[in-house]
Design a protein around this ligand. Structure first.
Ligand code: HSE
Length: 406
């Protein structure tokens, strides 16, 4: 028997407790021993809930109990999660987490503390919710040199973009509220909408794939706040879908990591990924392409990944598991300035002549098919680097919106 504690009884913590109870028999069988939850830490009381029998308000009960060998940290945020995680690892307790903020900020340091104390720090649920992507990278794709990983890594924004596409006219605020009610969204929705959350996730995946730490603060990050119903109408008319893509790739110019909304064409494997689903599209030099997909947020899918880590921690009792993210030095990221793409650009009808002069498009899109957007026209630019586009946009003046083609 191995005893566990859960730090936090929120959306994910209650899911972990439920998965461990509901799938108790098979979890124990797969772990090779019985896993018993001895404590659940939360500041709140839960009168009448079965969790009451193991509830504590005091972290010291957990840290001072030598029987507890696995700690599930699902509190979120940096403090006190960082301090609690450090102390657990130093006490020789394995830690499993869904806390992408903490992993992105202090992952390497926490893994090194785990190494010094012969325990494991597992964080499968920090990227892609229920999708087994970290274990796939660390255990299954170890024969490959992976040069590109592209993902839809935020369930909330994918849910919002899908709803805006499928129910034209639905308000952004209403869809965000629905995502919050479903337990997908972050406490501060800016982390989702402004894409800090997928930036952290792609930084974690890039650190595993390329071996050294990618600082999420170096990741070019553009969210979906500026995407309007009109942008969606253009994308639908063109037969494309707007997706918030997070990508890390090794190129001739160096390693690039960025998150931004893109127009994705129907032949791309990430085009059909809708709603709260996440997907990760990996390219390896031997494997070629592989796509992993599943629910990217929500209580039980995220808990499923956390409990898989708990099982792995029980299987690795006294042994260290391999993790590709191992080098201390920070990875230098190449700017996106040189990346060449086409852009969809919307402008005022009166600026048509100027657009012809500055951008030299092949022609203009038929606005009639996009509805009653009478005062504006749109065009697709020739392939331009990011810096060329920025320079032209500056020379041009007022662009209503611009979206990159993937
Ligand atoms: N807010 C996150 C999302 C939760 O929407 O993907 C899962 O990390």
């Amino acid at each position: 028997m191995i005893k566990a504690a859960i730090l936090g009884f929120g959306t994910v913590g209650s899911g972990v407790y439920n998965v461990l109870k509901s799938n108790n028999r098979l979890v124990n069988e797969r772990a090779g021993q019985e896993i018993e939850v001895k404590y659940v830490l939360d500041l709140r009381d839960f009168p009448g809930d079965p969790v009451e029998s193991v509830l504590t308000h005091d972290f010291e009960d957990i840290i001072n109990d030598p029987e507890v060998k696995i700690v599930v940290e699902v509190m979120g945020g940096i403090n006190p999660a960082f301090d609690f995680t450090k102390r657990c690892l130093e006490e020789g307790k394995n830690v499993c987490t869904s806390n992408k903020e903490l992993v992105a900020e202090h992952g390497l340091e926490l893994m090194s503390i785990a190494r010094e104390n012969d325990v494991n720090y597992f964080f499968e649920a920090s990227c892609g919710g229920g999708i087994p992507i970290i274990r796939a990278l660390n255990d299954c794709l170890t024969a490959d040199d992976i040069d590109r990983i592209t993902g839809i890594l935020n369930g909330t924004t994918n849910f919002i973009l899908t709803e805006m596409t499928e129910k034209p006219g639905v308000s952004f605020g209403k869809v965000l509220k629905q995502a919050q009610a479903n337990g997908y969204a972050e406490r501060d929705p800016s982390a989702d909408v402004d894409a800090f959350d997928p930036a952290r996730k792609i930084a974690i995946l890039a650190s595993i794939v390329f071996g050294s730490s990618v600082d999420y603060k170096d990741v070019y990050t553009e969210g979906i706040r500026q995407i309007t119903a009109e942008d969606i109408r253009y994308s639908t008319t063109l037969g494309y879908a707007i997706k918030l893509l997070a990508e890390a790739s090794r190129t001739e110019d160096g390693i690039r990591v960025y998150v931004a909304p893109f127009l994705v064409d129907p032949s791309h494997p990430l085009y059909p990924i809708n709603g709260v689903m996440n997907a990760v599209y990996v390219h390896g030099n031997m494997l070629g392409d592989a796509v992993f997909t599943g629910a990217g947020a929500g209580s039980l899918p995220t808990a499923s990944a956390v409990v898989a880590d708990v099982i792995d921690a029980a299987r690795h009792d006294g042994k260290r598991a391999y993790c590709g993210w191992k080098h201390d030095e920070k990875l230098a990221i190449t700017s996106i300035d040189g990346v060449r793409r086409k852009y969809l650009v919307r402008i005022s009808t009166e600026d048509e002549a100027k657009a012809n002069k500055v951008f030299s498009p092949d022609g203009f899109l038929d606005t009639i098919s996009v509805g009653e957007l009478e005062d504006e026209i749109a065009f697709i630019t020739p392939e331009l680097s990011e810096s060329e586009f920025e320079a032209k946009a500056k020379e041009f003046g007022k662009v209503i919106s611009r979206i990159r083609f993937y």
